[in-house]
Design a protein around this ligand. Structure first.
Ligand code: ARG
Ligand code: ZN
Length: 508
């Protein structure tokens, strides 16, 4: 479901330079990467996926995952060969019903050579049969399959799909999903969307269906012993929540937070407009990670986030991503501010709602917390680099940027932008530049200097310089008085908000 190429200008210029004939640029092997500047091998070129049908069997005792994924795609060029992203051991590949040659190459490439050349515009059906123990498969010293005593969970950003299904693993190629997993009776399966189940001879099959476009990293799979609850919001939206049976001391706080999903999604709809998906929910598996992940309509949380008591703030953050990140997804991973800046800002709105500090107080606090020579200001939220994609500054400086935007355009325009953007770009992809153009159109103000200062400059914005005012300047007239940490007291929500992404992580 790709809408447009990412950056083909450079590749096009290079092709001209090397005088590659037009026919070669049209046909031949599909590229090993989709063209993401941070992750050159993420995704693949030459085709668009419309649907994944993932049909698996899993044995919690041995971590054996086996089955078949069927991919429906359309050729974007003549293809002699194409790649999928996958790390598990493949047994067999069929393309349009014929046995195809395949080879695993690089970090996560599955190179497929079909028996016949596929012509541009024609449909492709790829069947991949595989079996492996995903917890034992590492890339760069890591596995995105988190083994638990009772099963396992696929989770990571930007990459986790390759540990459980072959895909075109980049947010620009969204697709619909059917996920069906057979597990021994007594074990439960969590994935995205609506579900049915059936039992026979000691095994239960769980079928999940996601009918809205979904990015590959937002597909989720958790297998283990879960208590699953199903309910609906007052507005009729199905809510599914699930908790590992082994959460121990964290069980109460986890439930007291995640059970508020329905209420919080309604509250956020007031800012962002109608919730974009058919189901909403969250699950807490028994994993040692410290982060949550905004998996579409079924959020992954870590027990550690509830180890200091309830945490509705993290629920607000991940729910905000359903609009900012899941429905409207990054065009390139460098656009991550469109996800994390706005999800963090939503926590600030929740803080203000709960009387635990206003958005302005939080912005001022961040501004004052880090002196100009602090490393914090060297991270550009608008282009943090692959190694700093989830740095604290992307979230906190990113949210200050949102407050600076609000102060520049005024509340009326700001809240129109906040709600209009997810509608304008529903189920699509966008760059920060696209957002800027939209915000300029709605506000009638040039925003280049402001966004450049807050997102694209590796330095602390100076108080008083044009477009670089301390966040409160535009609102309250004079600059921050004093501008030292002791005059901006720590908002009551601060520590809880930080627990969204800074609770101790066993893996990084
Ligand atoms: N999008 C996630 C969140 O903000 C961050 C995931 C970070 N990934 C990681 N492996 N630490 O909630
Ligand atoms: Zn986030």
């Amino acid at each position: 479901m790709r809408k447009r190429p990412i950056v083909s200008v450079a590749a096009g210029a290079l092709a001209l330079l090397l005088s590659v004939p037009a026919s070669a640029a049209q046909g031949g092997p599909g590229a090993a990467g989709i063209g993401d500047p941070y992750y050159p091998n993420a995704g693949n070129g030459g085709y668009d996926v419309s649907h994944y049908d993932i049909r698996l069997k899993y044995q919690p005792a041995t971590d054996e995952l086996a089955g078949t994924t069927t991919i429906l795609a359309t050729a974007a060029q003549d293809l002699t060969r194409f790649n999928l992203d996958f790390v598990l051991e493949v047994k067999e590949v069929l393309v349009n019903g014929r046995t195809a040659k395949f080879a695993g190459t690089g970090e996560h490439e599955l190179e497929i050579t079909p028996a016949r050349v596929i012509t541009k515009g024609s449909p492709i059906t790829v069947v991949v049969r595989y079996a492996d123990r995903p917890g034992e498969v590492e890339r760069g010293g890591q596995s995105a399959w988190l083994r638990t005593p009772d099963g396992g969970v696929a989770a990571n950003e930007p990459e986790s799909a390759a540990w459980w299904y072959p895909s075109n693993d980049h947010p620009t190629d969204k697709a619909t999903f059917d996920v069906s997993v057979l597990v021994p009776d007594g074990t439960q399966v969590i994935s995205n969307g609506t579900s049915t189940q059936s039992s026979r001879a000691g095994w239960t099959r769980y079928n999940y269906r996601q009918t809205k476009p979904q990015a590959t990293y937002l597909a989720t799979l958790a297998i283990g012993r879960f208590d699953i609850r199903a309910d609906t919001t007052p507005g009729g939206l199905p809510v599914i929540t699930a908790y590992s049976k082994d959460l121990g001391d964290n069980a109460g706080a986890a439930q007291a937070s995640v059970e508020r999903t329905g209420e919080l999604v309604d509250w956020l709809s007031g800012y962002f407009g109608a919730y974009p998906f058919g189901t909403v929910g969250g699950y807490v598996p028994n994993v040692p990670t410290g982060y949550a992940l905004e998996t579409q309509g079924q959020i992954f949380y870590s027990p550690a986030q509830f180890s200091r008591g309830s945490n509705t703030s993290v629920v607000v953050h991940e729910l905000a991503h359903q609009w900012y990140g899941d429905s409207v997804s990054v065009q390139r991973w460098s656009d991550i501010w469109l996800n994390e800046g706005f999800a963090r800002y939503s926590q600030w709105l929740w803080s203000e709602h709960e009387n635990e500090g206003t958005t302005q107080e939080l912005a001022d606090y961040v501004y004052n917390l880090y002196p100009a020579d602090h490393e914090f200001w060297t991270i550009k939220p608008g282009d943090p680099g692959a190694d700093h994609q989830f740095a604290g500054a992307v979230y906190d400086r990113g949210a200050v940027a949102v407050q600076a935007l609000r102060n520049a355009v005024g509340d009326e325009k700001f809240f129109r932008i906040l709600q209009g953007w997810p509608t304008e770009r529903k189920y699509g992809n966008a760059t920060i530049q696209d957002f800027q153009a939209y915000a300029e159109r709605i506000s009638g103000k040039p925003l280049g200097e402001l966004l450049n200062t807050w997102l694209f400059t590796a330095a602390k914005p100076a108080v008083g310089s044009a477009g670089a005012a301390a966040p409160s300047l535009a609102k309250s007239g004079p600059a921050l008085s004093g501008a030292t940490a002791d005059v901006a007291p720590e908002p009551r929500s601060w520590k809880k908000i930080q627990e969204t992404n800074t609770v101790h992580e066993h893996r990084s």
